[in-house]
Design a protein around this ligand. Structure first.
Ligand SMILES: Cc1cc2nc3c(=O)[nH]c(=O)nc-3n(C[C@H](O)[C@H](O)[C@H](O)COP(=O)(O)O)c2cc1C
Length: 157
């Protein structure tokens, strides 16, 4: 029975967080860990006992790929151990997003600061970041991410 790490990602940084979580779970001895984007993960859900879903925050919401995945599979996820992580530019997760995610009754949810790279943004995104006074940079804390994965390794089945 597998552990599935599922991610949404527009610019790739949440994908890298998901891949690191999967790598760390394997290092901690968890067998059969798969890491897939939302569109490929659905087919693997029946096999999974534990599911970790991660999504970046865009305009104060989970990216649609992540939001649609948890909503469309809500019933199936109820029978599994569910863990959620969000990534974003803000120092903390917006409380309304956290409260919305709590509706899915995850065992845990966590927030990681992500990466904002000017080179990968389109002009509209650059304008949004300009007006929101967003700070470019890679804020991912790999120690925090690995620590979360390590304690997750003791909880997944
Ligand atoms: C147009 C745009 C809007 C964003 N809106 C938010 C936001 O509302 N809250 C937040 O915390 N981060 C926001 N971010 C930051 C992203 O969540 C962050 O860069 C994340 O790491 C991107 O993940 P990805 O590379 O997997 O797409 C925004 C970034 C962009 C480019």
């Amino acid at each position: 029975m597998s552990t599935l790490v599922v991610y949404a990602s527009r610019h790739g940084s949440t994908k890298q967080i998901a891949e690191q979580i999967a790598r760390q779970l394997r290092l901690a001895g968890v067998k059969e860990v798969k890491c897939l984007p939302t569109d490929e993960a659905e087919a693997q859900l029946p096999e999974a006992k534990s599911v970790i879903v991660g999504s970046p925050v865009y305009a104060n919401r989970w990216h649609p790929d992540g939001a649609v995945f948890v909503e469309a599979n809500r019933q199936e996820l109820e029978d599994k151990k569910l863990f959620l992580f969000s990534s974003g530019g803000s120092p903390d997760l917006e409380p309304t997003i956290e409260a919305g995610l709590a509706d899915y009754a995850p065992e845990e949810q966590v927030y990681f600061q992500g990466k904002l790279s000017k080179a990968s943004l389109n002009p509209i995104e650059k304008a949004m970041i300009y007006f929101a006074k967003g700070q470019y940079g890679d804020y991912r804390d790999w120690t925090k991410i690995n620590t979360w994965a390590d304690q997750l390794a003791r909880k997944v089945v």
